[in-house]
Design a protein. Structure first.
Lengths: 508, 336
């Protein structure tokens, strides 16, 4: 008997039907992957199973029994727990307090000792070395994820729904998570796993269900599909190669950074970027890649030897200075630092380049024309352009954020995790855009935790470990093994050898 | 039923503005209209030119201050000190005007007094903005501190009593409050000008856009090359200038300042902004709403004065109920 089953489930939002009679079953004790492009209806389906939304018609069965969840509490009571992509943890509470949130132990007074003890036991069962008394705020992203899982299991979850759990994890952390998922599977927990990373799906899942435009287009054993076939099923057409052919960098340097240090994050960073080059920055999450660029832009306290843009020494004290000098940065944190999600598309697009529209009153018409042009140029797809940015899908939000920084006409473009939370189709468009930018003679820096992306895009790779550049790879040495060895410290380049001092830099 | 939705499924469906939320955004205006109809039904004197002009003149003081507060609140800040600041500016202005040698001429003294008022207001705003941004202290705390400081300095200057403008000056200055231009009292004209200018700056200039962006998400604005520190400091300077402008219109009304001058104006100004539909957490707001909010608050008091259904002593209670109702309607708007 399947652990859960969807029978002709539909979901209607206003005039739009987003699920059209979805039908598939999740076998008990399996890892079941659900894949599909953004907007295919995955989230809606998960929310129905997790009790966050009722279906418009059709039924959901758990262990053969039809169920009608009125809330996520209902679902949790039946052992179905949805782990959100954006964590549902209270940052200021401890790990144990989070695990027991809403069902605290003790009578009139809380029994903190017992909760800490049980939380420690639950974490130990998962093989997670986190002290239950630590504040969630102080944990890293992967640690938070593990706490979420511990929290779900402490609620006797029998069916765990995981929404893109590896979106912000590095290779190593992903491996740890996968070991854990396999452990859970052998303990009889059923897992519904949503991901954009098809290689992972192939490696982990027993069964794969592909959703496209609100209908199931395929549901079967993962062993029968290659990642390429999965991608084709998702988009409904034959996908060309993900990565466009690489160009050849020119000799001219567009950016030269010398002796950049960001206290606590980066030590003595120097590098050069050439015109027409795509330079990758590899490294583990927390290795200081993001922070070193935030330091370069003056967003963090830093010390700096020299910065030359196109051969000219410049002072960069703020993102404004950088934009004027021709350097722009796209943050990895789209909702927190990249887009004004509550604003419409138009003011988002023109925020960095507003001076071009002030005469001195803002020319709204010109802004609107710029938006229409940008929507065309960058393929921002939205039913109407007159909507708030939060209503766009992840891929279209990212294209809007990219359009915003490119409106400034930069020579050097720094992209931090440019395809995080973006579906396959939009990913490829972004890769093509990066390629186009490089071809037009601009310098592009890509920071990414997806190794495949870095290897497929860049002509040269710098590996950052604990705030230092520990390796530079190009040509034939650019392969996964080399990068991982440098990133994890198994291999150390001669000139940049790790000193005992830099070990002390490791963040707590 | 299973029609493929094609590209439209690329994004989640766009919720259409419900009728309720559209009414919600016009809420303050509808509320004011309803109140005026009720008031006229209860007492036809309400709709006389003289009474309406009285209401608008009274609304002008709070309204001008509230226009400044709209900028501060949209940028994500708050200024609790405006009432105390008004008192301090009024007292200082009168002391300065009394101290200037009569040789300058009456008009010259008044002009210098006004200039000093504006300078003190701008200076106080600059102080707020700088301490809040460079000192990284919550605006609530900084302006709570200056709320006490400003008023107590005024109390010290006046030795607990009142500071009065000399008789000659008082007579020469009084047209600024009592005078009319084209039949419209000067405070109303200034209020209208401030509101129009405020609306223009907020909606049609770079600075206004930056204020909204900063309040919506300060980090995003900073990463998008907006000078967030400067934007915030300027909102407090605008607030200070608005307080000074309201005060220099108010001083000729009584010709004096005392420790109770401008008492609780900060609450009325903030209330006007909130009633007008500006989000207290910042990011979005509108000047016309603030104007309606200020007029609505004064109208309530006026109606209580003209009718005998509810005691005028309960004025603050009625205003409080209105504020909570408006907040409730806005909550519904967010959820929809």
């Amino acid at each position: 008997m399947p652990a859960a089953e969807f029978r002709e489930v539909t979901k209607v939002f206003g005039p739009v039907e987003v699920l059209h009679g979805v039908r598939f079953a999740i076998a008990a004790g399996e890892v079941h992957a659900l894949i599909g492009e953004n907007g295919a209806g995955k989230s809606t389906l998960m929310k129905i199973l997790g009790g966050y939304q009722p279906p418009s018609s059709g039924e959901v069965r758990l262990a053969g029994q039809p169920v009608e969840f009125r809330s996520s509490r209902d679902a949790e009571a039946r052992g179905v727990v949805l782990i959100h992509q954006e964590f549902n943890l209270a940052d200021d509470l401890s790990v144990a307090q989070n695990i027991f949130l809403g069902r605290e132990l003790g009578g009139a007074l809380l029994d903190d000792a017992a909760m800490n003890r049980e939380a420690a036991a639950a974490l130990a069962r998962l093989g997670v070395p986190i002290a239950p008394t630590r504040k969630v705020r102080d944990l890293s992203v992967p640690q938070k994820q593990l706490v979420e899982i511990a929290k779900a299991l402490a609620r006797d979850a029998r069916l765990l729904i995981m929404d893109e759990p590896t979106a912000s994890l590095t290779v190593h952390e992903t491996d740890v998570l996968f070991d854990l998922i396999r452990k859970l599977r052998s303990a009889g927990v059923t897992i519904l796993y949503i991901s954009h990373k098809l290689e992972e799906v192939k490696a982990l899942a027993d069964t794969v269900t592909v959703l496209r435009d609100g209908v199931v287009v395929s549901s079967g054993p993962a062993s029968e599909l290659t990642p390429h076939q999965m991608a084709n099923l998702m988009v409904g057409r034959e996908l060309e190669d993900m990565f466009p052919p690489k160009g050849t960098p020119e000799a001219a340097e567009v950016l030269h950074v010398e002796a950049l240090s960001v206290p606590g994050w980066a030590q003595d960073i120097s590098f050069t970027l050439h015109a027409g080059e795509v330079l990758g920055f590899a490294g583990l999450v927390g290795s200081g890649r993001t922070e070193l660029f935030e330091g370069l832009l003056g967003l963090r306290p830093r010390t700096l030897g020299q910065v030359r843009l196109a051969g000219k020494a410049v002072r960069l004290r703020s993102p404004g200075d950088a934009a004027r000098a021709g350097l722009v940065y796209l943050s990895e944190d789209r909702k927190g630092k990249g887009l004004l999600v509550d604003f419409k598309l138009r003011p988002n697009l023109t925020l960095t380049t507003l001076q071009h529209y002030a005469r001195p009153l803002l020319d709204i018409g010109a802004e609107q024309r710029a938006l229409e042009r940008a929507a065309q140029e960058y393929g921002i797809r939205s039913g109407r352009l007159d909507v708030e940015a939060r209503l766009l899908s992840g891929g279209n939000q990212q294209k809007l954020a990219l359009a915003r920084i490119l409106e400034a006409g930069p020579q050097v473009i720094v992209l931090d995790e440019p395809t995080r939370g973006v579906d396959v189709g939009a990913k490829r468009e972004i890769y093509l855009l990066i390629q186009r930018l490089a071809e037009s003679g601009k310098g592009v820096i890509v920071i990414s935790s997806e190794l495949g992306e870095l290897l497929g895009l860049s002509q040269r790779l710098l590996v950052v470990r604990e705030g230092r550049i520990v390796g530079e790879l190009s040509g034939a040495e650019m392969n996964e093994q080399e990068v991982i060895q440098y990133a994890t410290g198994l291999k150390v380049a001669g000139s940049n050898a790790m000193s005992p001092h830099s070990q002390a830099l490791e963040r707590t | 039923m299973t029609t493929p939705t094609g590209k439209s499924s690329d994004n989640p469906p766009v919720p259409r503005a419900s009728l309720l939320s559209r009414i919600g955004s016009l809420g303050p205006l509808l509320g004011l209209a309803a109140l005026m109809i009720v008031a006229t039904a209860l007492n036809p004197d309400f709709l006389t030119i003289s009474n309406l002009s009285n209401v608008l003149t009274r609304a002008a003081f709070i309204g001008i201050i509230a226009v400044g507060a709209t900028f501060v609140i949209i940028s994500g800040g708050i200024d609790l000190s405006v009432g105390s600041m008004a008192a301090l500016i009024a007292g200082s202005m009168i002391l300065i005007m009394n101290a200037i040698s009569p040789g300058v001429g009456t008009l010259g003294i008044i002009a210098l007094g006004m200039l000093c008022a504006l300078l003190i207001g701008a200076g106080a705003g600059l102080l707020h903005g700088t301490v809040i941004t460079r000192g990284r202290i919550e605006p609530f705390i900084v302006t709570l501190g200056t709320l006490g400081i400003f008023r107590s300095v005024l109390t010290y200057l006046s030795q607990g009593g009142s500071i009065s403008l000399g008789n000659d000056l008082s007579d020469a200055y009084s047209p600024v409050f009592y005078g009319k231009l084209l039949g419209i009292p000067i405070p109303i004209l200034v209020f209208a000008a401030v509101a129009l200018l405020g609306g223009l700056i907020l909606n049609r200039t770079r600075y206004g856009r930056y204020v909204q962006a900063t309040g919506s998400n300060e980090q995003v604005a900073r990463y998008a090359a907006v000078n967030v520190t400067q934007v915030k400091i300027v909102t407090y300077v605008i607030q200070g200038l608005c307080v000074a402008l309201a005060t220099l219109l108010y001083v000729p009304r009584l010709g004096s300042a005392s420790p109770s001058t401008g008492l609780l104006w900060e609450l009325e100004a903030i209330a006007a902004v909130i009633i007008g539909g500006t989000a207290l957490k910042g990011g979005s707001g509108r000047i016309w709403g603030t104007v309606v909010g200020a007029i609505l608050l004064v109208t309530i008091e006026n109606v209580l004065n003209l009718t005998s259904i509810i005691s005028v002593y309960l004025n603050a209670a009625v205003q409080g109920v209105v504020i909570i109702i408006v907040a409730f309607m806005q909550r519904g708007k967010k959820a929809g």
